[in-house]
Ligand binder design. Structure first.
Ligand code: DGI
Ligand code: FE
Ligand code: FE
Length: 194
């Protein structure tokens, strides 16, 4: 894939702030891939494309979810903020011929996480959460943890997000809970802590 052409496309599709966020996520994801032994190329492509559909009209994303058999209709019952990852995983195959399932999955699940996240899933999820422009409460703890422990850092990010959504009385998509529970068990061990 020609990265410079891709950046030109992204600049056209995204707002200025979203484009800058994407570049920071990409730098962060490359560093994590180097530190934790993941393919830098896959991390770079997934990061560049993770918010590819973030600025698309809601009606377009809704139609894609309704018509594509790989995208669960249940998404439509939850907040539209959750739609852009799954929709991007389909669109980037059409537009750029990205068929690498690991890359597509990392993009699909970058907002919610899921049970049994792959290393690439974790890298994109964390890069999105910790890029230097983020200032969520608790982000510095996650940044510090991500220096040494990818899984624990993902756990902290997933926990913070679920907690944040609950505090606002928002719904929580099942994959966000699946990610939280699975990462909790990986960090703290089995049911004895529950
Ligand atoms: O696209 P970004 O802004 O870079 O980040 P993102 O893809 O992580 O999207 C973040 C938004 O998604 C944020 O407003 C919180 C929301 N969100 C994340 N998980 C859930 C969620 N919203 C609901 N309702 N349920 C979730 O499980
Ligand atoms: Fe996103
Ligand atoms: Fe993002």
């Amino acid at each position: 894939m020609d990265i410079e052409n891709l950046k030109v496309d992204l600049k056209e599709r995204l707002t200025g702030g979203r484009y800058e966020h994407t570049l920071r996520v990409t730098d962060t994801a490359i560093k994590l891939a180097e530190n934790f032994g993941e393919s830098v190329e896959n991390a770079k492509i997934a990061a560049l494309l993770h918010d590819y559909c973030k600025c698309d009209p809601l009606e377009d994303m809704k139609q894609t979810i309704e018509s594509d058999s790989n995208l669960p209709d249940s998404l439509l019952s939850f907040h539209h903020e959750l739609w852009h990852g799954p929709v991007a995983s389909v669109r980037i195959e059409e537009k750029y011929g990205v068929t690498n399932q690991a890359v597509k999955d990392a993009i699909f699940f970058h907002t919610t996480g899921r049970a049994n996240m792959t290393k690439l899933d974790k890298i994109i999820f964390l890069a999105d959460y910790t890029e230097p422009g983020r200032n969520f409460p608790g982000v510095d703890e996650v940044r510090a943890t991500a220096e040494t422990d990818l899984t624990k850092a993902c756990y902290q990010a997933a926990r913070n997000t679920v907690r944040f959504l609950m505090e606002k009385n928002n719904t929580v998509y099942p994959d966000s809970f699946h990610a939280y529970n699975d990462l909790n068990q990986q960090v703290f061990g089995g049911i004895e802590n529950g």
